[in-house]
Ligand binder design. Structure first.
Ligand SMILES: CC/C=C\C/C=C\C/C=C\C/C=C\C/C=C\C/C=C\CCC(=O)SCCNC(=O)CCNC(=O)[C@H](O)C(C)(C)COP(=O)(O)OP(=O)(O)OC[C@H]1O[C@@H](n2cnc3c(N)ncnc32)[C@H](O)[C@@H]1OP(=O)(O)O
Ligand code: NKO
Length: 245
């Protein structure tokens, strides 16, 4: 799949991050938080995993339905991907059990959380911002309101195992809207990924405070996205690494 993106479609991925954080990538366990706007964002995610040697140990909190996708779903099942029904009462036990298993994982892993819980659409955004208003939370322009339970329980159970959260924002240059069909047809895209490394120690242990922390993070993500949307690039100073084979 990674080869499909890179060699077949020639898609390029550029990483923007600060020079102090760069040496940690691939050398520690991390929770990755990513915006969820594009059909191929998981493919770009895998490309970064491959470059930092964690492709085989890339985990995700994925919706249950994906476990039934032929080949990929079965592969994910054996790779200990954590599946959820997106109903906390039903998910709590299985998510905690899966996180406990991750604690004993022998290689460095990245655990991806799409905290928005679903891919962004204007319709979902409208509903989500109505929820934000009811809850007295600041409205977001580019993101859905993050679902906090999965993040808080992950931080709680992986504390001591994971050392950082990678707050990641993916965009495509020139307002491209990449599709899987486009990739299969060999269309070339250019992905820009901004990553901010946040030490896990700096995230509150208390669940309510942790949830507030996540909402604040999404407000900051929204500000960053506003900058990218206006200028077409991420703010400096950053270390820019073009991922080439
Ligand atoms: C150096 C390089 C760095 C990085 C490289 C980048 C990436 C590489 C990393 C890894 C790659 C690895 C793999 C990629 C491969 C494949 C990925 C493919 C697909 C996965 C995609 C998915 O499946 S996304 C969907 C599933 N995942 C999730 O949902 C995760 C997020 N969700 C949660 O965590 C949830 O909390 C939950 C699912 C665990 C439980 O959800 P639930 O809704 O039951 O509980 P919550 O309390 O969280 O939410 C309920 C509260 O939310 C309020 N709310 C907000 N908005 C709404 C709304 N629109 N409608 C209703 N309710 C809403 C609600 O009010 C509730 O509030 P309360 O106050 O009542 O609690
Ligand atoms: C070499 C052969 C290549 C064949 C290419 C076909 C590839 C099929 C890959 C299917 C993998 C699907 C992973 C999609 C991940 C994803 O983006 O899921 C959607 C969820 O986030 C949100 O779902 P929802 O909230 O229900 O909209």
């Amino acid at each position: 799949m990674v080869a499909l993106l890179e060699w077949w479609s020639g898609t390029e991925c550029t990483l923007y991050t600060d020079p102090e954080s760069y040496p940690f990538y691939g050398k520690e366990n991390a929770i990755v938080i990513l915006n969820h706007n594009f059909e191929i964002d998981f493919l770009c995610g895998w490309t970064f995993c491959e470059r930092f040697g964690v492709l085989g140990s890339s985990k995700v909190l994925a919706k249950k339905e994906l476990a039934y996708v032929p080949v990929i779903g079965w592969m994910w099942y054996f790779l200990e991907i954590v599946f959820c029904k997106r109903k906390w009462e039903e998910d709590h036990k299985t998510v905690v059990q899966s996180l406990q298993r991750l604690k004993d994982y022998l290689e460095n892993f990245w655990f991806l959380l799409y905290c928005e819980g679903t891919r962004f659409t204007q319709k979902k955004h409208k509903i989500s911002m109505e929820v934000a208003e009811k809850k007295g939370l600041r409205k977001l322009k580019y993101h859905l309101l993050p679902r906090t339970k999965g993040f808080c329980v992950t931080v709680q159970h992986l504390r001591g195992t994971v050392t950082a959260v990678y707050d990641s924002t993916l965009n495509f240059r020139n307002n491209q809207i990449p599709t899987l069909i486009g990739v299969l047809n060999g269309k070339k895209y250019h992905a820009d990924l901004y990553v901010r490394r946040i030490p896990l120690d700096s995230i509150p242990e208390n669940e309510t405070e942790c949830a507030i922390w996540l909402h604040k993070l999404y407000q900051e993500k929204d500000e960053l996205q506003e900058k990218y949307s206006l200028t077409g690039c991420f703010p400096s100073p950053t270390l820019t690494v073009k991922l080439v084979k």
